[in-house]
Design a protein around this ligand. Sequence first.
Ligand SMILES: Nc1ncnc2c1ncn2[C@@H]1O[C@H](COP(=O)(O)OP(=O)(O)OP(=O)(O)O)[C@@H](O)[C@H]1O
Ligand SMILES: [Mg+2]
Length: 176
Amino acid sequence: MLAELSDHVMDIAMNSVRAGSKNISISVIAAKEQNLLTVTISDDGTGMTAEMLKVASDPFFSTKKKKKVGLGISLLQGATQMCGGEFSLESTPGEGTTVRATFALDHPDLPPMGNLKETILLLCVSNPEVRFVFRYRLEGGEIVLDTNEIQEVLGGVPINNPQVIGFLQRYLDERL
Ligand SMILES: Nc1ncnc2c1ncn2[C@@H]1O[C@H](COP(=O)(O)OP(=O)(O)OP(=O)(O)O)[C@@H](O)[C@H]1O
Ligand SMILES: [Mg+2]
């Protein structure tokens, strides 16, 4: 199974990219009082029909070409179940998809966070046409990164420009 939460985030967000989304929002929220870690990824991509939704979490379902297995969703679902959490997948054709996974924060099998910073950076830089909104909240505070806002500040400089990557890296380093 996937070892780290950041790997799950990458996989689910790449599903959204492949679904042609223009807007993808990713939030990772830890609420200690409720002992809950909630990871939500929503997109405005093609969405899935009711039939597709039923089989989307089947490890043997994939619409990727030349691929007989599609593990991303089933692995995340499995991980939440192992950690006293819940998994939900909602989708409307033509509107988009929302994946929500919760975990008990204190569960001994809770996967490590992994390198979420790198995941965020990779997603932004390799998909400059997509607007990403990341929200990350832990006890310490909250960070929000909206690639549209960054794009505005940059005034036309593409987000995958090397200097911008450096700026993003520092921005995240200071906050994550
Ligand atoms: N956000 C989404 N929008 C539209 N369709 C989706 C979305 N996420 C998943 N799907 C559909 O569900 C299928 C299964 O997704 P899953 O992540 O489990 O496997 P995969 O992406 O095909 O392969 P893998 O994740 O192993 O590389 C996808 O092939 C795609 O058809
Ligand atoms: Mg996938």
